[in-house]
Every structure is written in structure tokens, then in C-alpha cells.
Design a protein around this ligand. Sequence first.
Ligand code: SAM
Length: 381
Amino acid sequence: MAAGQGGRQRLVEGSGGNARASRAWKGASPTEIHRFPCRARFPARIGFFIFGPTMTLHDKFGRQITDLRISVTDRCNFRCVYCRSADPENYREHEEILSWGELERLARIFAHLGIQKMRITGGEPLVRDGAEAFLTKLRDLGVPDISMTTNGHLLAARVPSLIAAGLHRINISLDSLDPIKFEKITRTRSYDSVMRGIDAVQDSKLAPAKINAVLVRGFNEDEVEAFAAFARERGVIMRFIEFMPLDADRHWSRDLMVPAEEVYRRIHAQWPLVQIPHAKSETARKYRFADGAPGEIGLIAPVTQPFCGHCSRIRLTADGKVRTCLFSKDDHDLRGLLRNGATDADIEERIRALMDEKEKGHRINEPGFAPPSRTMVFIGG
Ligand code: SAM
């Protein structure tokens, strides 16, 4: 299916994880704020995009919104224990998912509103046929920073076409360096294909790859040092993400989460780390190795060291809802507007208005916190 045509997501071959999905994960072994009087402004920079002046988006706390994560599908070929359920599929109907044409129209509107970074994600973005054509549309819009998050299973053969389509940066999820443990966490046997994907990225102009690992105590927290060694040997950016209460099986607890501070302490004890400056809106605290070894460490601590005060992100789900926070209680629907004849100006107005809904923070650490009804795979990480 070409981009801009039709509404159905067509899937390409997955990893065969379904056969192994019956094993419930419980059963797997152990354990500066700028204040603006209004929400959208025309900056001095005029005419960046060919279709007119670009605006900027701000929320009521003065945070500028520059990053959009676009989930292009709710389907995934992995069933990571900290994300998806092992239960049978509960995907949305194809008609409920935005067509490539609808996604492209929204991307154009968001770009006009001043979004500078767009990341395509999912679900698993590479299982939906047409990802490259969509990336080309983003490039043609002049989006300055185009990235993707993938589990890497279908990546190796696609690296050249993704680069040709305009991809600037890539994040690959890898939760274990041990194939057996990898299978236990992802409930797939895709370790080799993911490693081939990482190799292909490292041999390309997308290098260095950013490798994301979610640490879950009792599953992979014993691999912190091995992951750091992997960063040093392969020259990749190894990022450790704290497990968040967004898993479908609702097993999250603080005991299962490995705090970023613990990860820092363990790596620093073996290979002293030196902090690298980072932009305030960046999620990761970044470190290089003091002995000059290649590679980098990133620590993403949304639970123990929330970075909401500088959040510049919003998300568009595959079924056309805007989420102003990963932990939002409500979605804001754009699909209805798209399908009921709204003009671009109507949609822009709606998006500007809903910036007022962006939450001050995620409240995970407040009494009475309840996780959102949508889990990560239906939000887009
Ligand atoms: N399928 C792609 C992948 O695996 O990278 C993209 C979607 S996945 C939902 C995006 C990111 O969210 C991955 O890096 C994944 O590890 C992370 N993620 C999923 N569930 C999470 C959770 N409960 N806590 C923290 N990170 C999570």
C-alpha cells in the first residue's frame, strides 16, 4: 500500500512470537520556562516551510512543545513482559487506525505548528508496510529531526531504505544480551535478527545506534555491566530506561523497577563515568567513559527523577488521539475531525487549544496514582 492511499495497515511477517505467548510473564523466572501570553506564536523565523509561516506551540506552564511521537500502528511482533500482555490480540480494527494519508496530513499540520522533532514508533513501526514512504513525506515537509524507535527484528534489510527515506536517528530496543533471557523478556526468538539490525545500523550513517533497555528486577538487572561493556565494545549509546507503570498485565511495582541511580553506581564503580551536558528537554542524563572508551551511557529516570518540568513532547496514537502526557487520563481525538470534513485551520485550532490540557507532571509518585487505561503499546513510546 502506497503512502496516502487507503486506510488499512498491512502487516509484514512478524517474529513468530504468538506461539510462545501463552507463557504468562508472571510464570517466567524470578524476578526554563518561557512565559508567553498566548499558546501559539509566530516566531521571527518566517517561511521555514514552503506552505507559510511556522508557529510555535506552548502549554499553560510555558513549556514549548517541539517533539511529536507518532505511533503508526498499534501492532507489534514482540510481547515484551513490561509492555504487552501475553493474552490474545486486542488490536484496534484496521478502520480505526489512521491511514498513511491521514497521518501525513496531521504531520503537515503539526510541522506548521512548530513541531521540530518527529519520531515514528508503535506498536512496531516496521510491521506496517509503507513506513519508508511516510518518512519521505516527513522529510519533504522539512521536519528538521526525524527518528524512529524499533525493536529491530525487521531492521537489518531496511537500513538503506530508511536512510534513503530521510531517517536521521534510530533507537533500537534490546533488553538482554543473553538469547535465552531475551526470549523470556520479549517472548520471541528474534535475538539474532535484532543483533543483525544493530550491526547494519552501526555500519551505516545512522551510527551510533541508541540502544534502549528497560530493566526489570529479576529479569535483566544483572546485565547492567554487560550492557555497559557492549556500549564500549560496539560504540553504541546504551540507554537504561526505568520500568514505568504502563504494562498491559499491570504487574508494575517499585520493587520491579531498577532506579537509574543504581545503574549509575554500578557502571561508575567499574568504568568511571563523566557527565555530558544535555538539553533541558532531553529525557536522558548522558555520560561518557572517563578512560576514553567509545560508547555512551544514557540514564532515563521518569519514575525516580521525573523530567516533566522541561517536557517538550506530545504523542499521536495510531487511532488519531493526541496524548499530552504518557500518563494522561484522557485522549484528545483528531480522527473525528479528519474524517468529518474539518479544515486544516480547524485542526490547528483544536491542537492549539488542547495544549492547555498538558499536565504539569505525571504524578507517579503521588498518593492515589492510577496508571492510564492505555498501555504503552497503544500509546507509542
Ligand atoms: N516496538 C518498538 C520498540 O520496541 O522499540 C517501539 C514501541 S515501544 C512501546 C517504545 C519503547 O517503549 C521501547 O524502548 C520500550 O522498551 C519502551 N517501553 C515499553 N513499555 C515500557 C514500560 N512499561 N516502561 C518503560 N519503557 C517501556
